[in-house]
Write a protein that binds this ligand. Structure first.
Ligand code: AHZ
Length: 307
């Protein structure tokens, strides 16, 4: 059985040590007047620095031991995070995204076009989060992929038990034997992405770690960053990669949802990263499989905690 810790992010009041710096009352009252007298409350430059730093560092302290780490905030990772946070408010969920902008490929529908196609029944998530769509029978179309991604992200980030560290890269996995001698993934090695990208330019810039009993790999298919977790398991000799197959939309989406699972003890793989692991065909520009796979990853994670 995997025990869950309890915790929420971003709500901690600054520690007593910081209180004197961040809780200074503004000297000037704010005035909302658009006839020339609009006045902001008074602030010192240092207030903004300390307001950010104290919270970010507190979040890093809290996240150092998480319940679930989701690597990659594309459509699969965001859906997994949303579904997990909604169903298990007791779990501390940490999401790592290498890019500054979370969302992965889901800002556009395909070939740099805005409309996003989602095959049924994955459109049920759209109804749940309030994203309008055109119903085309077997599939629905959202007028702009960014509408889906930004809505999902706003719902996800509103959960108190979710913290997204963007511009933060998963650089490695922590793999150890458990009490029964079984090798398990039980954490990730992290660094700010700009540091990760500069490893060849500077001498030793050591990383950080986040331990968690459950990792969800949702890094997308192979590319500059993609398929990170399964490539690392493969380079450690722990699994063999199936290699993503050429596109077959009808086969791919069902396969990816139904096969989303714990591929190695402690790590569930979701979205296109699973295609690299299992050798499923790619699906092109329908995001139904990503939504379904993200949801299944969350349910598989819940099973691990309930086991
Ligand atoms: O930046 C990556 C992206 O936002 C992030 N990521 C990758 N490696 C990472 C690492 N640390 C932290 N080491 C990392 N973050 O993972 C995110 C993956 O998002 P994605 O949109 O590429 O993948 P997805 O599986 O969620 O969605 C795939 C969408 C596709 S691709 C496709 C096709 O090629 O046919 N069809 C669909 C629907």
């Amino acid at each position: 059985q995997i025990a869950a810790s309890r915790g929420s992010y971003g709500t901690a009041a600054p520690t007593a040590k910081f209180q004197q710096y961040v809780a200074i009352k503004p000297g000037q009252e704010p005035v909302e007047d658009f006839e020339g007298n609009y006045a902001f409350a008074e602030i010192k430059e240092s207030h903004t620095s300390r307001a950010m730093t104290s919270r970010y560092m507190q979040d890093m302290m809290d996240a150092a031991v998480s319940d679930v780490v989701i690597v990659g905030a594309g459509s699969a990772g965001l859906t997994a995070g949303y579904t997990l946070a909604k169903n298990r408010p007791d779990l501390r969920i940490t999401i790592l995204e290498a890019s500054v902008a979370p969302g992965g490929g889901a800002w556009l529908g395909g070939q740099l076009m805005s409309g996003m196609v989602i095959r049924k029944p994955a459109h049920n998530l759209l109804t749940e989060i309030g994203v309008p769509f055109d119903d085309e029978g077997a599939y629905v179309v959202v007028k702009h992929a960014a509408l889906f991604t930004s809505t999902l992200m706003s719902k996800l980030l509103a959960f108190p038990n979710v913290k997204l560290f963007n511009a933060t890269c998963c650089e490695d996995l922590i793999i150890k034997k458990d009490a029964k001698g079984v090798q398990r993934v039980n954490g990730v090695v992290t660094n700010w992405t700009l540091v990760t990208m500069a490893h060849g330019l500077q001498s030793c810039m050591d990383p950080q770690t986040i331990t968690a009993p459950v990792i969800i790999g949702a890094c997308g298919h192979d590319g500059p960053f993609g398929a990170f977790s399964v490539k690392r398991l493969s380079s450690s000799g722990l699994i063999q990669l199936g290699d993503m197959k050429p596109m077959d939309m009808n086969k791919s989406e069902g396969l990816i949802v139904n096969h989303t699972r714990e591929v190695f003890p402690g790590i569930i793989v979701s979205g296109m990263e699973l295609s690299e692991h299992d050798g499923h065909p790619r699906m092109g520009a329908s995001f139904g499989g990503m939504i379904g796979s993200g949801q299944k990853a969350a349910y598989e994670a819940i099973k691990l905690f309930d086991r």
